[in-house]
Write a protein that binds this ligand. Sequence first.
Ligand SMILES: NC(=O)c1ccc[n+]([C@@H]2O[C@H](COP(=O)([O-])OP(=O)(O)OC[C@H]3O[C@@H](n4cnc5c(N)ncnc54)[C@H](O)[C@@H]3O)[C@@H](O)[C@H]2O)c1
Length: 338
Amino acid sequence: MRCRAAVVGLGYWGPNLARNLVQSAADYELVALCDSSPARLARLGALYPSVAQFADVGDMLASANVDLVCVATPVASHHSIARAALNAGANVLCEKPLTSTVEEAEDLVQLARARGKRLFVDHTFAYTPAVRAIRAAYQQRVLGSLFYVDSVRINLGLFQADVDVVWDLAPHDLSILSYVLGERAVSVKATGSSHNPHGLTDVAYLTVGYEGGMEAHLHLSWLSPVKVRRMIFSGTDRSLIYDDLDASEKVRIYDHGVNFDVADVEARKRVLVSYRRGEMRAPALDTSEALAVELREIAAALRGESATVTTGDDGLEVVRVLRAAATSLANDGARVAT
Ligand SMILES: NC(=O)c1ccc[n+]([C@@H]2O[C@H](COP(=O)([O-])OP(=O)(O)OC[C@H]3O[C@@H](n4cnc5c(N)ncnc54)[C@H](O)[C@@H]3O)[C@@H](O)[C@H]2O)c1
């Protein structure tokens, strides 16, 4: 049976969810659209005239029989909307970051469990062919152990009114890293600055420590004249560069490296450093849209089949790291446990 789905929040991201739901017609029927802005509701409603329209989530939940509510409103409203949807007996796919506080995220995870419903979080990058290829390369030890990960996620805008650049952009890096590494982040050091009248941090640098000891360095900015989406995974055997803006070679694996030959402790002063420069290969990636893959896997999970999905627990973990980053920002970059 097809899943009856609704989208709440039809600004920048919500229309992508609506389009993918409609394109995934074997699994879903888009039955309701909701936005408190009449103009946005009318604009998307015009594209899908047979779909019921609501200005209020409560009205939608009371009158439309919905199996999956997709929440694509600003972060501050995720908790109350997702809570209402779970209480109305629906499953929820919530945008990242799951909530604005750890307590709210914990509440949703517990509520979903108590109601016997599924809570998914839209960590979109975990469904991209590029990130899946990176995970495979790491998990199959193609890279060896990681020295570090360095990520640059900068562009001009989109300034958000209710979250800073860390809460807006870091969820992407954090969800990619926990998916690729299969490890939890255990600590964060964060510094940053604000150049806007809201006082929200718009440039930030995070160092995130993982269970296995590896550290990831994230540079996040809404104030860069150019857009960069690049992650370097520096490994003992090979290194990988993921450039999400490169249409043809998003993932490149370099057989380059450095060997530190130290015969014994006494010889440390005479470390022999040798450089290895080998081939580069760019694995072929399919061109599936992440949201389409995500919706397919969510539909399978809802049917009780095994599927790789990002859940409320994954969303909660990211929110814990974001809270630690906020504490560190307020404490001059001190290391804060998650
Ligand atoms: N997964 C991704 O790659 C990705 C990309 C962009 C944005 N997002 C996330 O999507 C969410 C929305 O971001 P956006 O950029 O689309 O925001 P946006 O401001 O463009 O759109 C939000 C929409 O929600 C509506 N809205 C607000 N409160 C509402 C309520 N209580 N009931 C009904 N409608 C309400 C607004 O009128 C607006 O149309 C955020 O959580 C953001 O982090 C995710």
